[in-house]
Write a protein that binds this ligand. Structure first.
Ligand SMILES: Nc1ncnc2c1ncn2[C@@H]1O[C@H](COP(=O)(O)OP(=O)(O)OP(=O)(O)O)[C@@H](O)[C@H]1O
Length: 563
């Protein structure tokens, strides 16, 4: 692309000279010889090169945008969920689409700017050769043009950055509102919500106007300067022609060269694109440079039971301790329910247990090996997660369940779906397991069961379920739990639980309170504590809010329990 634009610039610089020469020969002899076809070739060549430059510019923009976008995406996927949290979905969307596309235009705009400078510089040099006086006249006007461009590049940078930030704010608010349409509809707050989303629009308009004003001012100033320069150059050239120091062809050439030299003012538009690309690149770089989660080189001992240990673990967020857990040992193969009031630190513990995030202090060990020392492969094949709102993608149902570090067979996928209570509704979909998810109208509970199926299909020695059954009715949840014991690879389970039935079925309960481990024991032992019962909304005597939610459940030792 650069070669084509440079060649086009060279052709543009050569043209006035060749045309001038051709004109002189035609006027003098009536025959320009080889100069005439040369002029035609130059004109055609420039046209062809300009077309090729446009073609390559499109290709270059596409390739570079894809590269900027992929790198930003890789940065996002390498980091921990905690770091991504600082960027709401709308912000990430804006950075990966609008900003990546702007940033992707940088190399082509730089090349075009370089080429656009070659023409005026070449024209100036050619002008010196044709006539020194006209060249001096043009040269005298150039510093003023350079000043106009410099001021434009300086002032426009901050406006562009503010404009891009505001765009991203509007996108974030819009996405938030789209996620909460039901709430907004039910509360009848659509107008207020619309006003909230569009509130930054006034700023955006002001920033946009400011950008265009700067642009317009730069174009206007250079628009005044360039004709003035041209007028001065033509006047000097005319005087020189009258004095017999220039031929008619020379006058044609100097006029054209003066015009090409003054074309440096056209760089304003390219400069604008470069400044926009630079600010946009800063924004995509922020995603690209999110601190990655580093992996170690250790592997897990083969056939380990999945013993989990939290040693001196401390997680601090915004200067506040949100989790402290020391000396917590979960025997391999057991199920531990993590309970506590909202905000007690359950999800933070679940994230630390499977190394979605690293603790600020202390270590988590799986079968005696620190999680941060494990290879990525060892960690992700041995630790599986199921979440409250799983992200299933847009492939088929089977692909959604199969996606993960291993590639389970189709039969394995079915088995996992059966265990998660998903097989029945999946079979009723138009194409069963081959139904594309966007064409599968799933309820919240069905969506969650597919997420569970995925976790079951990839279950290693540790399975972390963070509120992953919250949308299931108690009977389905009970069935899923039984199937989990029977049909899924045995291992240690960490289950964030809000229902007493789940805590009761667990071998062990980890009770968190304000980010600290209040007690570890069985549900039955802990139920004797009023504060523990209060976590489930039960009254001091053990009845109340928790009771209606309960169905009689059997513990794995077959003893019927109604907490
Ligand atoms: N990245 C973060 N930045 C700031 N605060 C955080 C971050 N992650 C968690 N917290 C805070 O840590 C506390 C525990 O959060 P956590 O999500 O673990 O609660 P939880 O027990 O799972 O609650 P719930 O039952 O409502 O889901 C909360 O006060 C939360 O605001």
């Amino acid at each position: 692309m650069l070669l084509c634009s440079v060649a086009a610039a060279v052709a543009a610089v050569a043209q006035p000279f060749v045309l001038g020469r051709t004109l002189d020969l035609l006027l003098r002899d009536g025959d320009a010889g080889r100069w005439l076809p040369l002029s035609a070739a130059l004109l055609l060549g420039e046209l062809l090169l300009d077309s090729l430059t446009s073609l390559f510019t499109g290709g270059c923009n596409a390739v570079w945008t894809a590269s900027v976008r992929s790198r930003a995406l890789r940065g996002l996927l390498r980091t921990t969920p905690d770091h991504v949290r600082a960027h709401p979905p709308g912000d990430v969307g804006t950075r990966l689409t609008l900003n990546a596309a702007d940033a992707g235009g940088a190399p082509a705009a730089r090349a075009a700017l370089a080429a656009s400078l070659i023409t005026p510089l070449g024209a100036l040099v050619a002008l010196v050769f044709v006539d020194l006086w006209v060249a001096a006249c043009v040269l005298a006007g150039l510093p003023a043009l350079a000043l106009v461009l410099r001021a434009f590049a300086r002032d426009t940078g901050s406006s562009v950055a503010a404009y891009q930030r505001t765009q991203s704010l509007i996108a974030s608010r819009l996405l938030e509102a789209l996620e909460g349409t039901a709430t907004i509809g039910a509360a009848g707050t659509a107008d207020r919500e619309r006003a909230r989303i569009l509130a930054p629009l006034a700023d955006l308009a002001a920033q946009g106007r400011h950008m265009w004003t700067l642009h317009g001012r730069a174009l206007g100033r250079s628009g005044v300067l360039v004709p003035l320069l041209m007028l001065a150059a033509t006047a000097v050239g005319g005087l020189r022609l009258a004095a017999g120091d220039l031929s008619v062809g020379d006058l044609l050439a100097v006029g054209r060269y003066a015009q090409l030299t003054a074309g440096v003012g056209g760089a304003a538009a390219l400069l604008g694109a470069i400044v926009r690309a630079r600010e946009a690149r800063h924004r995509t770089l922020e995603l690209e440079r999110l601190p990655p989660l580093a992996y170690g080189t250790r592997r897990l001992p083969p056939d380990g039971p999945g013993e989990l240990e939290l040693r001196g673990v401390r997680v601090v967020r915004d200067g506040r301790q949100v989790l402290r857990a020391d000396g917590v040992r979960v025997p391999g193969g057991s199920t531990v329910a993590v309970v506590g009031r909202s905000g007690a630190g359950k999800s933070v513990l679940a994230a630390v247990a499977g190394r979605l995030i690293d603790p600020d202090e202390g270590h988590v060990l799986l079968d005696g090996v620190r999680l941060d020392r494990l290879t990525r492969e060892a960690l992700r094949t041995e630790v599986a997660y199921a979440f409250e709102r799983p992200a299933l993608g847009e492939g088929t149902v089977a692909e959604a369940v199969a996606t993960g570090s291993r590639q389970p067979s189709r039969e394995h996928v079915r088995q996992a779906a059966r265990a998660a209570g998903a097989d029945g509704f999946v079979r009723r979909l138009p194409y069963g397991y081959d139904t594309p998810l966007p064409r599968a109208p799933l309820s919240g509970g069905e969506h969650q069961r597919l997420g569970l199926a995925r976790a079951f299909a990839h279950a290693g020695r540790l399975l972390v379920m963070d509120d992953a059954t919250s949308s299931l009715d108690t009977a389905t949840e009970h069935e899923v739990n039984l199937a989990l014991r029977r049909s899924v690879r045995p291992g240690t389970r960490v289950v964030v639980a809000h229902r007493p039935s789940v805590a009761d079925r667990a071998d062990l309960v980890l009770w968190l309170e304000e980010g600290r481990v209040r007690a570890v024991g069985t549900h039955r032992e802990l139920w004797n504590t009023g504060d523990y019962r209060a976590v489930f909304g039960a009254d001091a005597d053990g009845t109340g809010a928790a009771a209606p939610d309960e169905v009689p459940v059997r513990r794995h030792d077959s003893e019927e329990v109604r907490p």
